[in-house]
Write a protein that binds this ligand. Structure first.
Ligand SMILES: NC(=O)c1ccc[n+]([C@@H]2O[C@H](COP(=O)([O-])OP(=O)(O)OC[C@H]3O[C@@H](n4cnc5c(N)ncnc54)[C@H](OP(=O)(O)O)[C@@H]3O)[C@@H](O)[C@H]2O)c1
Length: 208
């Protein structure tokens, strides 16, 4: 699969490494010249540095891993019809006030900014170094769970599959409103580092 990554820091860079290891073609971008990501691309097979609009056009799936407060920079036209995996969290001291959040989860705000994309929230609940190190081979008896929420079933299935491919057990926690609340800072899944079964039990999420 072709995967674009917008924001290639701790989380985006970790996912680039995992997706490359899972044999995907990956295009990574940040806020600067793509040349700044040349060392990342040189260190990983099938990874190329590009601009954010190029990453958006390249990806069948596009991961967004920037500070949430910069969400208006995401290229909406280039993401038409694309599955967008949102790893972001709203961090007030970093992101400042975001009036659009009134009553909405951060992923719903991003979905409104990208009306023609299919936004899924995933990879936002685990510290980046745990995301790097805690995955296990498929078939391991116990794996850490990663919650996934989204309003488009096809897009959500794609994200659930990617979670599985990089060694974690996906947990479908519903739509961007309820599921997003479950995943965001202050929610029961945030920084929980639990198995999938423990995650479901913690908030009474049914097995889907
Ligand atoms: N760190 C964690 O453990 C963790 C865990 C879960 C979720 N998250 C969330 O995931 C997101 C990324 O966190 P992180 O820790 O990976 O951040 P990070 O290490 O600071 O990396 C952020 C990346 O986003 C890029 N970026 C910033 N503004 C951009 C823009 N307008 N357009 C394109 N790229 C832009 C940065 O590029 P430059 O270097 O060029 O500025 C950098 O590559 C945040 O929303 C964070 O809250 C983080």
């Amino acid at each position: 699969m072709r995967i674009g990554i917008i924001g290639c820091g701790r989380i985006g860079g970790t996912l680039a490494r995992h997706f490359s290891a899972a044999d995907h073609e990956v295009a990574v971008s940040n806020s600067r010249d793509p040349e700044s990501l040349a060392p990342v691309a040189q260190a990983l097979p099938r990874v190329r540095p590009v601009t954010p609009p190029e990453a958006a056009r390249f990806g069948q799936v596009v991961v967004v891993s920037i500070p949430f407060g910069r969400y208006r920079d995401l290229p909406a036209d280039e993401l038409t019809g694309t599955t967008v995996v949102d790893t972001t969290n709203y961090v007030p001291e970093r992101d400042g006030p975001v009036p659009e959040l009134d009553g909405l989860t951060s992923s719903e705000v991003i979905q409104r900014h990208l009306p023609a994309a299919h936004v899924v929230k995933a990879f936002n609940t685990m510290r980046w170094d745990h995301l790097r190190d805690f995955g296990h081979e498929a078939g391991a008896l116990e794996r850490y769970g990663i919650p996934v929420s989204g309003d488009d079933d096809g897009a959500k299935w794609t994200a659930l599959d990617l979670v599985e491919q990089i060694g974690f057990q996906p947990v479908d926690v519903g739509g961007l409103a309820d599921g997003g609340r479950w995943q965001q800072p202050g929610g029961p899944a945030y920084l929980a580092d639990l198995t999938a079964g423990q995650l479901r039990a913690r908030a009474g999420v049914p097995v889907r």
